[in-house]
Design a protein around this ligand. Structure first.
Ligand code: ADE
Length: 247
């Protein structure tokens, strides 16, 4: 997959895309990320990228001529969908990450100041994504969030192919708790079933704990999801246990 990022602050991306799993994915040729400085496409000697809003008001607006020059140049190299990061976009989630991970090419546009001229959105943007209901100073951190969530779904990027399959949200549940050695740590043990080597019982325990975690923290996810017979039985057990513990 190839991702091109358009930003006024390219230096923000260095460590986030160069280290760890994203760094390794690029070294392995599974992912190419190129960061472009929108300011390099300005037309005047001051390299102006923004201007005051028509109609007045606070803040500055990113100029359509400069931003579109940048988009059009990048599109000669990367023909992918152009995604604008904005709090007005559709809220990003795992399903969206999975659908973006199917694309061979993506172009991410990061806004700043009060935003970008509406004509850019009308003519050159294919999709708009928000990473949540809060306002950041720019689209750079959101772009990094999207890149990270999407890149790890590209086959081969995570060492262990199963880990992207089992984790939270993938099956509509939060993930079960994890434990590693030592078996006792400061007086706290590990659930005995995990030490038993009994694969079927471990599978069942993990499913039940995933249901327990989801019920406690994200009951909305359970409402959206059909439960099979085994899951319904485990949920009944959880509710009975909760009753007996007076919760
Ligand atoms: N730009 C500023 N805030 C944002 C958010 N929450 N999501 C995406 N882009 C943004």
């Amino acid at each position: 997959m190839r991702i091109d990022v358009l930003t006024l602050f390219p230096e923000m991306f260095g460590a986030a895309i160069g280290s760890s799993i994203l760094g390794r994915a690029q070294a392995a040729g599974l992912l190419t990320i190129r960061v472009w400085n929108i300011r390099d496409f300005a037309f005047d000697k001051h390299r102006t990228v923004d201007d005051i809003p028509y109609g007045g008001g606070a803040g500055m607006v990113m100029k359509p001529d400069v931003v579109v020059a940048c988009i059009e140049h990048v599109k000669t190299i990367n023909p992918g969908k152009v995604v604008y990061l904005t709090p007005q976009g559709a809220v990003f989630n795992q399903t969206k990450a999975q659908s973006l991970a199917q694309e061979a090419n993506l172009v991410l546009l990061c806004g700043h100041y009060e935003g970008i001229d509406q004509r850019i959105r009308d003519g050159w943007i294919d999709d708009e994504i928000s990473i949540g209901d809060y306002v950041l100073t720019g689209g750079e951190l959101p772009a990094m969030v999207v890149i990270d969530a999407v890149a790890r779904l590209i086959p081969g990027v995570l060492g262990d192919e199963t880990s992207a399959q089992e984790e939270s949200f993938v099956n509509g549940l939060l993930e079960y708790p994890h434990y590693t050695r030592p078996a006792e740590f400061r007086g706290r043990g590990v659930p005995p079933v995990l030490l038993s080597g009994h694969h079927e019982q471990i599978r069942k325990w993990r499913l039940k704990e995933a249901l327990r975690m989801t019920l406690a923290r994200r009951p909305d996810l359970l409402e959206k999801r059909q439960l099979n017979a085994e899951e319904q039985q485990l949920l009944r057990e959880i509710l009975t246990e909760d009753c007996n513990e007076g919760r």
